[in-house]
Ligand binder design. Structure first.
Ligand code: 6PG
Length: 478
């Protein structure tokens, strides 16, 4: 016997609850289930008028309330809780049913789960969902993996409830097994980089201009009308203009300066290391959070480490603001370029066919990194689907080149004045590194050969060589 609900959601904490409401508001009959029934009941009591919900107390009733092939969205805490729900669900499902994990799962877990469920004739669709509570309710960006077959029946529903930009849904098929969660992971890594770059720009303006938080909020609001227009710039302006009700101080000044993370940025960096992709912007952003939380080290350092830096004197206020804006844009392009490189490398490594232009397209709305300039990324991949480096696309080459003098002035100024700008600085170093005619890596290779006979290649002929460093220093083919 099959039920009437077109889609089901199990796990009704805020994200699951909002996703269920989003489905219902789009006219789908939604089966709802939660470990504690009270939450299911409160959803139906509070929002039952938004659409048709079919509440169930037991997992068995929940599964029975779904039409076939069943589509079950799991929205529980990533890790053990997801496995527990899957274990409970699997014996109740039948061949062809689709299990959707919409949490922030680590992609190797998704690959493992997809393979396990395939054994049972079930589809497992690891799906990245971005946009927080608000997005889940009003239209998130959705990044589903799994089989194309599953996407055929599930995809239209996901596209329906996703955010739209110019009428185009911010949801599309990403690639097989763990590809959806992988792309969501990189999204989060880029989110970390974007946030850190914005924070560094704020710090530069604050220290360079001696401006108040609210004044800088105005600058960000102004920036949000141009190339930098994005959700993160917009909320930054709001945060900086906000005053703490208790103290009357700028809100940003009453917050402890120790940034936390749930782990997706760390996963992105770990994977960048595994794949050998220099995602330096994301890595610096992740380490900047770690540094901020290194309390004993910071205390010890504050007590003894001198700055030997001058008091920053900015002569031309407007020119400095424009320099920081250009440096921010250029650094941001680098962070995205690196993130897209990571997606390309992963696609090769894990056997995914990922359309990077489409990823930029579904990030234009709904998600945390939604931004005007993502259109430019889509266009770049439309011009050349296999672009080796986003920075090499004509639009980005020109955009970064025109900001280069400002970028160098800002990074040099920060160094001279003792303002930490790890993401700005490392992005510029990446830019100079990746475009360099020759890198000192040649010397590193020589050193490796010296102490470990690790061999090297020559610029002037084929082959692998070793020099007898401890002997007569003759060279032999290895
Ligand atoms: C999103 C966000 C979200 C993320 C946290 C940030 O796309 O909606 O990326 O999925 O989990 O908001 O994570 P941290 O706690 O690691 O900063």
């Amino acid at each position: 016997m099959s039920g009437t609900a077109q889609i089901g959601v199990t796990g009704l904490a805020v994200m699951g609850r909002n996703l269920a409401r989003n489905f219902a508001r789009h006219g789908y009959t939604v089966a709802v289930h939660n470990r504690s029934y009270a939450r299911t009941q409160s959803l139906v009591e509070e929002h039952g008028d938004e659409g048709t919900f079919v509440p169930s107390e037991s997992m068995a009733d929940f599964v029975a309330s779904l039409e076939r092939p069943r589509k079950v969205v799991i929205m529980v805490k990533a890790g053990g809780p997801t496995d527990a729900v899957i274990d409970e669900l699997v014996p109740l499902l039948e061949e062809g049913d689709i299990v959707v994990d919409a949490g922030n799962a680590h992609f190797p877990d998704t690959i493992r789960r997809e393979a396990a469920l395939k054994e049972h004739g079930l589809h497992f669709v690891g799906t990245g969902v971005s946009g927080g509570e608000e997005g889940a309710l009003n239209g998130p960006s959705i990044m589903p993996g799994g089989t194309r077959e599953a996407y055929e029946s599930l995809g239209p529903i996901l596209e329906d409830i996703s955010a739209k930009v110019d009428g185009v849904p911010c949801a599309t098929y990403v690639g097989s097994d763990g590809a959806g969660h992988f792309v969501k992971m990189v999204h989060n890594g880029i989110e970390y980089a974007d946030m850190q770059l914005i924070a560094e720009a704020y710090d530069l303006l604050r220290q360079g201009l001696g401006a108040s938080a609210a004044e800088i909020g105005e600058i960000f609001a102004q920036w949000n009308t141009g190339d930098l227009e994005s959700f993160l710039i917009e909320i930054t302006a709001d945060v900086l203009k906000h005053t703490d009700a208790d103290t009357g101080k700028a809100f940003v000044d009453i917050i402890l300066d120790q940034a936390e993370q749930k782990g997706t940025g760390r996963w992105t960096v770990q994977n960048g290391l595994d794949l050998g992709v220099p995602i330096t912007g994301i890595a610096e952003a992740t380490f900047a959070r770690a540094l901020s939380g290194s309390v004993p080290q910071r205390e010890a350092a504050r007590a003894v480490l001198p700055a030997h830096a001058a008091q920053w004197e900015v002569k031309d206020r407007d020119a400095f603001i424009e320099d920081v804006r250009q440096a921010l844009y250029a650094s941001k392009v680098v962070a995205y370029s690196q993130g897209f490189d990571q997606i390309a490398a992963a696609a090769t490594e894990y056997g995914w066919d990922i359309d990077r232009g489409a990823m930029a397209r579904i990030w234009r709305g709904g998600c945390i990194i939604r931004a005007r300039f993502l259109n430019r990324i889509t266009e770049a991949y439309e011009r050349a689907a296999d672009l080796p480096l986003l920075l090499a696309d004509e639009y980005f080459t020109d955009a970064v080149a025109s900001g280069l003098p400002a970028w160098r002035r800002v990074v040099a100024g920060a160094a001279q004045n003792g303002v930490p700008t790890p993401a700005f600085s490392s992005s510029l170093a990446y830019y100079d590194g990746v475009r360099a005619e020759r890198l000192p890596a040649a010397l590193v290779q020589a050193q490796r050969d010296f102490f470990g006979a690790h061999t090297y290649k020559r610029v002037d002929r084929e082959g692998t060589f070793h020099t007898e460093w401890s002997g007569d220093r003759t060279e032999a083919e290895a």
